[in-house]
Design a protein around this ligand. Structure first.
Ligand code: HEC
Length: 127
């Protein structure tokens, strides 16, 4: 009994890796973890919550795989291609109800991959 109770915190500590882990964030690995780091260091978080509350930009959790209504009246699926375009060509389409103020930034292809992997990882979470 005691051994089981003691094992859980030990496992959590072992999985923590080298970086700091934030208590509320979902556990991410690989490209998604890299994407999360980029998301924070690139200023995305200033406009985008990943906790379900819209800010200057729409909340991004729950986005991937869902459908998005655009300003021009069309509805699109937030698939891999859409997410890529939203990140690399923010002016290509505008989400309904938002201003087209997202800055365009240059990312290396693997950085775009990582950001997309991150958005997909949080796509099905509610924050
Ligand atoms: C100055 C504020 C701002 C910053 C910084 C910003 N965005 Fe945005 N973003 C927006 C706004 C506003 C929209 C909605 C309007 C549009 O579609 O252009 C948007 C839309 C998006 C969408 C599409 C959302 C949807 O619901 O379909 C994605 C994905 C996205 N941003 C990712 C990012 C990423 C990744 C970064 C960091 C590299 C970033 N944004 C930085 C303001 C911002």
């Amino acid at each position: 009994m005691l051994a089981v109770a003691a094992a859980a915190p030990a496992l959590l500590a072992a999985c923590g890796g080298s970086g700091e882990s934030s208590a509320d964030a979902p556990k991410l690995t690989g490209a998604a973890a890299e994407g999360q780091r980029l998301f924070r260091s690139s200023g995305c978080a200033a406009c985008h919550s990943v906790q379900g509350e819209d800010g200057v930009g729409p909340a991004l959790n729950g986005l991937a795989g869902g459908s998005v209504e655009l300003e021009d009246g069309t509805t699109v699926t937030a698939d891999d291609a859409y997410l890529r375009e939203a990140i690399t060509r923010p002016d290509a389409e505008t989400v309904k109800g938002f201003r087209p103020v997202m800055p365009r930034r240059e990312f290396a292809p693997d950085e775009v991959d990582a950001l997309v992997a991150y958005l997909q990882a949080i796509g099905s979470t509610k924050g």
